[in-house]
Ligand binder design. Structure first.
Ligand code: CTP
Length: 398
């Protein structure tokens, strides 16, 4: 029901906050990936640790983090971009009011303003409060503003009264959520497809403080992931060590060495589309030193051995209907080398660029890509974002 779907669960300060724990589990059981945002008062009812352990992700409460001043304070924007659906359950009268009036005085309400995904509000409060004219007016306005509302259930409330105000049954919240996600799914050539994109460099450690690597910034891979998402794909970005701090908008997995990359990617052998934009080291040290190598040894010989070739493995184990897209960075004989990789690795497309072309290559914002299919060649120039869209449009149409 929710396989590959990303749900932001907003938890506010009402007694039903404890039920959000079970709701999280229900979403997970149906395949959803969850991140949790709590209002400060929700933490009076339930600990952040409960949610972080279950969601296997940090829980956001504060926009600013005094304990870790170097962490990104733009999390509300990136988490908002990351989600397919934002569910606020339980939602107090206070947070409902803030949502309607565009207030952004905490992480939850700030993310709510930044989010571009649909939002489902589950108002949960005592019956008297729920029926107050102010709440009724806010609910009406919330609908007008485009929020989805799931009315509370009637039953026994924390106040001891029997009234309308309980958090609805989990099944109802799940049904409503899946309907909303379906309605808002981006319709594009990759809708419903699992797309795995690799980006960035590998590191091959010689000893604990030194490694062999390359200057890849990961920008082209990130642009490909962005474009695949805009085409409706269910995208996982598998990346190496990168400077970029705004990857929180993606579902990500990481690698350090080429061996790690190979191991991670083998778990995605069922992908419909694999885009290998990572700059993978062909060689690794035959042995690495457990302790730092000291300079008084005079000289240092490094024996190298070959790394596994992830793309070649996908080519050898190619599934029906799977599309494999490789990258090639060349300094000479671009066409010849690109076509030989296409054939040798049994892949569908190669995006080749020439390191010597102006505006191309490592770390730049622009690029020129020669896209080779089995019997075609096209050239795309521009920003990496523009090129990524052009490549996917050429391959998958629109
Ligand atoms: N690749 C890979 N595993 C490797 C090396 C490369 O999966 N060990 C992938 C890259 O991500 C890229 C494609 O294969 O999509 C081509 O990479 P490139 O380094 O250009 O070519 P190589 O096959 O390594 O050949 P050469 O270094 O001889 O040009």
């Amino acid at each position: 029901m929710f396989t590959g779907k990303r749900i932001l669960l907003g938890v506010t300060g009402g007694i039903a906050a404890y039920k959000a724990v079970y709701l999280l589990r229900e979403f997970q059981k149906k395949g959803a990936e969850i991140r949790v945002i709590m209002t400060p008062s929700a933490t009076r009812f339930i600990g952040t640790e409960t949610f972080s352990a279950l969601s296997r992700h940090e829980v956001a409460v504060d926009v600013f983090n005094d304990n870790e001043p170097n962490t990104s304070w733009t999390k509300h924007v990136h988490w908002g971009e990351w989600a397919d659906l934002f569910v606020i359950a339980p939602c107090t009268a206070n947070t409902l009011s803030k949502a309607v009036h565009g207030q952004s005085d905490n992480m939850l309400t700030s993310t709510l303003l930044a989010a571009r995904c649909p939002v489902l509000i589950c108002p949960t409060m005592d019956g008297e409060m729920y029926e107050s004219p102010a709440v009724a007016k806010n609910l009406k306005q919330a609908v007008e503003l485009g929020f989805y509302i799931l009315e509370p259930d009637t039953g026994y409330l924390a106040s001891g009264l029997e009234d309308k105000g309980r958090l609805p049954e989990y099944d109802l919240i799940l049904d409503k959520s899946s309907g909303i996600i379906e309605k808002h799914a981006i319709q594009g050539p990759l809708t419903g497809k699992k797309v795995v994109v690799t980006a960035g460099p590998t590191r091959e450690f010689l000893d604990p403080v030194r490694f062999l690597s390359n200057p890849s910034s990961g920008k082209m891979g990130i642009a490909m992931a962005e474009a695949a998402r805009a085409f409706g794909g269910n995208v996982t970005l598998v990346h190496g060590p990168l400077q970029s701090s705004d990857l929180e908008r993606f579902h990500t997995e990481t690698f350090t060495s080429a061996d790690d990359l190979f191991a991670v990617m083998k778990t995605h052998s069922d992908a419909d589309v694999v885009i290998m934009a990572a700059a993978v080291a062909d060689f690794k040290p035959a042995s690495s030193h457990q302790h730092k190598v000291k300079k008084d040894r005079g000289s240092f010989q490094i024996e190298l051995e070959q790394n596994p070739d992830t793309l070649e493995w996908f080519g050898e184990n190619k599934k029906d209907g799977q599309t494999l897209i490789g990258f090639a960075m060349e300094t000479e004989n671009l066409k010849e080398n690109a076509l030989s990789k296409l054939k040798k690795k049994n892949i569908d497309w190669v995006c080749a660029n020439n390191l010597n072309e102006v505006g191309s290559g490592f770390g730049t914002d622009t690029n020129t890509i020669h896209l080779f299919g089995k019997s075609s060649e096209e050239i795309f120039s521009g920003s990496k974002q523009q090129i990524a869209s052009k490549i996917l449009r050429r391959i998958f149409g629109e």
